[in-house]
Design a protein around this ligand. Structure first.
Ligand SMILES: [Fe+2]
Ligand SMILES: [Fe+2]
Length: 418
C-alpha cells in the first residue's frame, strides 16, 4: 500500500476541481479525489466524502452565512461565567462563597459525580475543535479563516468554552470535589483525544455533532432540574443556561443535516445510517483519573460515571436513542418526497437499524452495586444498575430501579424514596 503522503499527492489534480468551486480551500485530500477508494490508517477510513458531495459542501457557504452563523449570539448579549459566581471584587465575596457552600453541602454525592463528569466532558473542548477541523470542506484552513465555516467553528468553541469554565469554578468553590483528581482527568482526556469515526467527512461529522449537542442539552437540562429539587436555584440556573446554549447549537447542526437531507437525501441518509451502525462514540469515553480502576476492582471510570448519571436520571443512552429515532422519523416525511420509490426500502432498513442499536445498548451494562472509591470525590456514591439483561427490553428513563445509596445527608424525599 502506498504511503498516505503519496496518495494525497495523487489526489491533488482532482482536488483542483473543488478549488475551482471554492478558490480559498487549498488543501483537500479526499477519497473522491483519489478515485482509488478511501485512505485507511490503523483500520480507520479517512477522507471518505465523494467529489460530488464535497462540491455540494463547498456550495453551502451562503447557507452557512445566512442560516447557521445567526444562531450564534453576540458576545455582549451572552452570559459569562462570572454572572453566576461569587464576585471576587465584592467586599462580601467570602460571604457569597459561604452561602454557596451552604446551598450545596446537602446535594447528594451522586449528583456531584454526574456534574463533574459533565464538566470534564465540557473541558475537553480542544478535542472537539480539532475534530471539526478534520472535516473536509468546512475546516478552518488558517486558524482565522473568514469563511462562514471557520467563523462558526471558532465562535461555537468560544461559546462552549464558557461551559467548562463556569462548571469548573463552581465545583471548585463548593469544596465537594477533589479538584486535583478532576484536573488530572481533564489533562488525560485532552491528551487522549477521541476518534468519532467521522472519516474527515462533514456529512458524518455533522451527524455526530448534532447528536452530541442533543445529548448535552438533555444532560444539562436534567442537572438543572435536579439542582432546583435539591434547593440550589443558582446551580439550576447555571445548568439551565448551559442547556440553552446546547439547544441553540443543536438547532445549528440539525439545520445543516436538514439541508443535506434536502439537497442530497441519499447521502444524508447513508451518513446517518453509518454513524448509527458505528454507534456514536461518546466524547469523554477515554477519561482517566489514574486511580479509579485500581481502587474500584478494575472498573472503567467513564462507564461508572455513565451508570451513576443514568441512575440519577440525568443521562439515558436509551432515551437519547429514542430521541434520535424520533429525529429520524421527523425526517422520514421529508424523505418520502425526495427519495425515489426504489430507495425507500433503505429508509425502512435504516429505521430498523436505529431500533436495533437502541436495544443493543439497552443491554450493555453489567449489573453490580459497588462503592465509588477515591478519585473525584464520589463520597458515598454507589455504582449500580439493574438494567443488565439484553434479553429484556431496557427500562426507560425514570423506570430504572434505584440502587444508588444515598449519602444520608438531607436530600429531598423524592430522591431517597423516603
Ligand atoms: Fe457545552
Ligand atoms: Fe455543545
Amino acid at each position: 500500500m502506498r504511503s498516505v503522503a503519496a496518495r494525497c499527492h495523487t489526489a491533488l489534480p482532482n482536488v483542483r476541481a473543488a478549488q475551482r468551486v471554492q478558490q480559498r480551500r487549498s488543501h483537500i485530500c479526499s477519497a473522491a479525489a483519489t478515485k482509488e477508494g478511501p485512505i485507511i490508517i490503523d483500520g480507520q477510513v479517512l477522507h471518505s466524502i465523494t467529489q460530488e458531495r464535497l462540491e455540494l459542501i463547498n456550495s453551502l457557504d451562503d447557507f452557512a452565512a445566512e442560516q447557521i452563523l445567526p444562531i450564534l449570539k453576540p458576545v455582549d448579549k451572552l452570559w459569562q461565567p462570572q454572572d453566576f459566581l461569587p464576585d471576587p471584587e465584592s467586599p462580601d465575596f467570602l460571604d457569597q462563597i459561604h452561602d454557596l457552600r451552604e446551598r450545596t453541602k446537602n446535594i447528594p454525592d451522586e449528583y456531584f459525580v454526574t456534574l463533574v463528569g459533565d464538566m470534564i466532558t465540557e473541558e475537553a473542548l480542544p478535542t472537539y475543535m480539532a475534530m471539526l477541523n478534520t472535516l473536509d470542506g468546512v475546516r478552518d484552513e488558517t486558524g482565522a479563516s473568514p469563511s462562514p465555516w471557520g467563523q462558526w467553528t471558532r465562535q461555537w468553541v468560544a461559546e462552549e468554552n464558557r461551559h467548562g469554565d463556569l462548571m469548573n469554578k463552581f465545583c471548585w468553590l463548593t469544596g465537594r470535589v477533589n479538584m486535583r483528581s478532576v484536573e488530572v482527568t481533564i489533562q488525560n482526556l485532552i491528551g487522549s483525544g477521541m476518534n468519532p469515526k467521522t472519516e474527515n467527512n462533514p456529512y458524518l461529522g455533522f451527524v455526530y455533532t448534532s447528536f452530541q449537542e442533543r445529548a448535552t442539552k438533555v444532560s444539562h437540562g436534567n442537572t438543572a432540574r435536579l439542582a432546583l429539587e435539591y434547593g440550589d436555584e443558582t446551580l439550576s440556573k447555571i445548568c439551565g443556561a448551559i442547556a440553552a446554549d446546547e439547544s441553540r447549537h443543536e438547532i445549528a447542526y440539525t439545520r445543516i443535516i436538514d439541508e443535506l437531507f434536502r439537497q442530497d437525501p441519499n447521502g444524508a441518509m447513508l451518513a446517518f445510517a453509518d454513524m448509527m451502525r458505528k454507534q456514536i462514540v461518546m466524547p469523554a469515553h477515554l477519561m482517566d483519573d489514574m486511580e479509579h480502576g485500581a481502587k474500584n476492582g478494575g472498573r472503567n471510570l467513564f462507564e461508572d460515571f455513565s451508570i451513576v448519571a443514568e441512575d440519577l436520571g440525568v443521562y439515558n443512552a436509551v432515551g437519547i436513542d429514542d430521541e434520535l429515532e424520533s429525529g429520524m422519523g421527523s425526517r422520514s416525511p421529508h424523505l418520502e418526497h425526495l427519495v425515489p420509490v426504489e430507495r425507500r426500502e433503505r429508509v425502512e432498513r435504516l429505521a430498523r437499524l436505529v431500533h436495533d442499536v437502541r436495544h443493543r445498548r439497552g443491554g450493555r451494562f453489567v449489573a453490580h452495586q459497588e462503592p465509588w472509591r477515591g478519585g473525584w470525590g464520589g463520597g458515598t456514591t454507589t455504582v449500580g444498575t439493574t438494567r443488565c439483561s439484553s434479553s429484556h427490553p431496557p427500562r426507560r428513563s425514570g423506570q430504572t430501579e434505584r440502587v444508588i445509596r444515598n449519602s444520608g445527608r438531607d436530600a429531598p424525599d423524592h430522591y431517597t424514596g423516603r
